[in-house]
Design a protein around this ligand. Structure first.
Ligand code: FAD
Length: 423
């Protein structure tokens, strides 16, 4: 009789956590190794220090979570998300009046959803924690891997809040899932075992987060009244070379992101007092939603982060390892699909693994580890083959959608008016 297979997941972000859930639901022994401490621990550096607070969740991601076999996860997705039926474009007419223009995403009324990334991640960790075949190893950083002999090394990090180097441990595994983000260590080690094509691009745009606070005056007056602008839209202030967006949060606030070339960041970093006027010029109306001093302090305090786009292939080696999510295809955020595509990776991978294991002996007791490894190797080869064109396409679409969001969303009437003005 085959022994239980040991699945090691590296990275407890949304993609690694969902992959661990899929693996645990199939009865594997699952170990999750995560560089940082448990994000449910209040002393953990909040995710939003490096990652956007809330995200747009779409059909891709919802479908992957619906198929995870967890009612608790579905309940969370249903109850803790806000439907966004379209974009709301903000601008200024030649008369100087501000305007808002709603653009529906779907004529049949289908929506995307605003979701709090950390909250979703925490719920996934809660669900995993309740499963007897899942073990967590927080503060463990992958430092090395031997994918021929299925061994890996992790550095145990110092006590909470310190970055001190700790002892190194060695572990064995049957299958490793690398979901350790854009700067993936799993991918780095995988490259030594496969002829991986790899392409990494930084675009000349940085991002910084701001917050529109809830409508304090309307406290207690129902859901919509908590928000200063429509909660059912993804708000965009297109600025041709720049863009400012706002996504609703359940508490009535909006997480906003400024996207702008690094040169413009440098100009405002040199004199932050110019920020409110800059906003008035490029993103009309924002200073009535975010006080001028808050705009300055958020710009000064919050990190100014780069945007990376990564394509690689193949995603696997033999039956030992696969990379998923940002580790396989980090993308610029303009299509709102990075996490969604990563969640879909999990669904696609396990559908293919299930298909191959169904072709194995019908009697699980007849299966040996060797059989499982042979089946998994062919499943992973199929996964890399089918997933590569899709992941590359979504990376390209994400880059193209930046132009769409920051410039082309301006309505035809607006563009016509602008061209007439220019005559
Ligand atoms: P991550 O979230 O990066 O998680 C990787 C985990 O691995 C981390 O917890 C990390 O600590 C851990 N780790 C790293 N190295 C190691 C190591 N050596 N050992 C152990 N653990 C390690 N996507 C959407 O779908 N919709 C959106 O609206 C959206 N908006 C975005 C807005 C912005 C501004 C940005 C920057 C991104 C946005 N994304 C969006 C993309 C989304 O954030 C990512 O695609 C998603 O977080 C990827 O999840 P992941 O689990 O693959 O990686």
């Amino acid at each position: 009789m085959a022994r239980q297979q040991k699945f090691v997941v590296v990275g407890a972000g949304p993609v690694g956590s969902l992959a661990a859930l899929y693996a645990a639901k199939r009865g594997h022994d699952v170990e999750i190794y995560e560089l940082r401490s448990d994000l449910r621990d209040p002393s953990t550096i909040p995710l939003n220090f490096t990652k956007s607070i809330n995200l747009a969740l779409s059909e891709r991601g919802i479908n992957a979570m619906s198929n995870a076999g967890s009612e608790r996860l579905l309940q969370h997705v249903k109850s803790a998300t806000i439907p966004m039926e379209g974009r709301m474009i903000h601008g200024k007419k030649p008369s100087g009046d501000l305007y808002e223009e709603a653009q529906l995403y779907d004529i049949h009324g289908r929506t995307i959803f605003a979701v709090d990334r950390a909250d979703l991640n925490k719920r996934l960790l809660d669900i995993l924690e309740s499963m007897p075949n899942v073990k967590f190893f927080f503060n463990h950083k992958l430092t090395g891997a031997d994918f021929k002999n299925q061994k890996a090394w992790f550095e145990k990090r110092g006590p909470k809040g310190t970055l001190g180097r700790g002892e190194e441990i060695e572990i064995d595994f049957d299958f490793m899932i690398g979901a350790d983000g854009a700067h993936s260590a799993v991918r780095y080690h995988l490259m030594k075992y496969v002829r991986m094509d790899y392409q990494q691009t930084y675009i000349d745009t940085n991002w910084c987060e701001f917050t529109i606070q809830p409508n304090a005056a309307a406290a207690g007056d129902g859901f919509k009244a908590k928000f200063k602008i429509s909660p059912h839209h993804l708000h965009i202030w297109p600025g041709k070379q720049f863009m400012f967006i706002a996504i609703p949060s359940e508490d009535g606030s909006f997480t906003c992101t400024l996207f702008m070339p690094s040169g413009n960041f440098a100009e405002l970093e040199a004199d932050s007092s110019k920020i409110p006027d800059f906003f008035d010029h490029h993103f009309p109306g924002v200073t009535s939603l975010i006080p001028r001093d808050e705009l300055i302090s958020s710009f000064v305090t919050n990190p100014h982060l780069p945007l990376i786009s990564i394509k690689c292939t193949p995603y696997h080696f033999s039956s030992s390892v696969v990379v998923l999510g940002d580790a396989a295809h980090a993308m610029v955020p303009f299509y709102g699909q990075g996490m969604n595509a990563g969640l879909e990776d999990v669904y696609t991978l396990f559908s293919i693994l299930d298909k191959h294991s169904a072709q194995e002996s019908n009697d699980p007791e007849d299966r040996s580890s060797t059989d499982s490894n042979i089946q998994r190797a062919s499943a992973l080869a199929e996964y890399s083959e089918v997933r590569t064109p899709d992941a590359h396409a979504i990376n390209d679409l994400a880059l193209q959608n930046y132009i769409e969001m920051r410039a082309s969303v301006l309505s035809p009437t607006y563009r016509l008016r602008k061209s007439l003005e220019e005559l």
